[in-house]
Design a protein around this ligand. Structure first.
Ligand code: FES
Length: 156
């Protein structure tokens, strides 16, 4: 449930860019930067102000894996599951990450970390790739994942 202040802030973000050509994506980025995900309640506001259908807004949100539709943990782990990374072992990295974070294999969130599948982080030639809190890492195996996670947990 969104707080009243977040609801007002989201409305303000939408109003600030509603006249911008192609403003939908910048608005979605702003909302996710503000609250960490795109709340369902914001879809109607965006649709009304941009004169779009809710389905159109929802379609954009679900098309881009970058946009999250639920709250996340304090740290966000993204593991690339696209072809180049899959061919270099990202599926076993995915399973390892889910096991380490004790979330189910469809992704999930514990109190500290959320794990999300993404489909290319732009490091295909150095796969498998992952990111933690938007910092990307190349050639990640289980040991490297554990080290990066330990560093993240002690520094946040
Ligand atoms: S396919 Fe994984 S970074 Fe491009």
């Amino acid at each position: 449930m969104l707080s009243e202040s977040n609801r007002e802030a989201i409305h303000g973000l939408v109003l600030a860019k509603k006249q911008m050509k192609g403003g939908l994506l910048p608005i979605l980025h702003d909302i996710q930067d503000l609250v960490g995900y795109i709340p369902e309640q914001s879809v109607a506001v965006i649709a009304k102000e941009l004169n779009l259908s809710r389905a159109e807004v929802h379609g954009v949100i679900t098309f881009y894996h970058y946009f999250r539709q639920a709250k996340t943990g304090k740290n966000i782990v993204q593991i690339c599951r696209a072809e180049a990374c899959r061919s270099m072992g990202s599926e076993s990295l995915w399973e390892h990450a889910c096991s380490r974070l004790k979330v189910d294999s469809d992704a999930g969130t514990d109190a500290e970390c959320s794990v999300h599948a993404v489909y290319c982080l732009g490091l295909c030639s150095s796969s498998p790739a992952m990111s933690i809190n938007d910092k990307v890492y190349a050639r990640v195996d289980a040991d490297k994942f554990d080290r990066l996670l330990a560093i993240t947990r002690t520094s946040t």
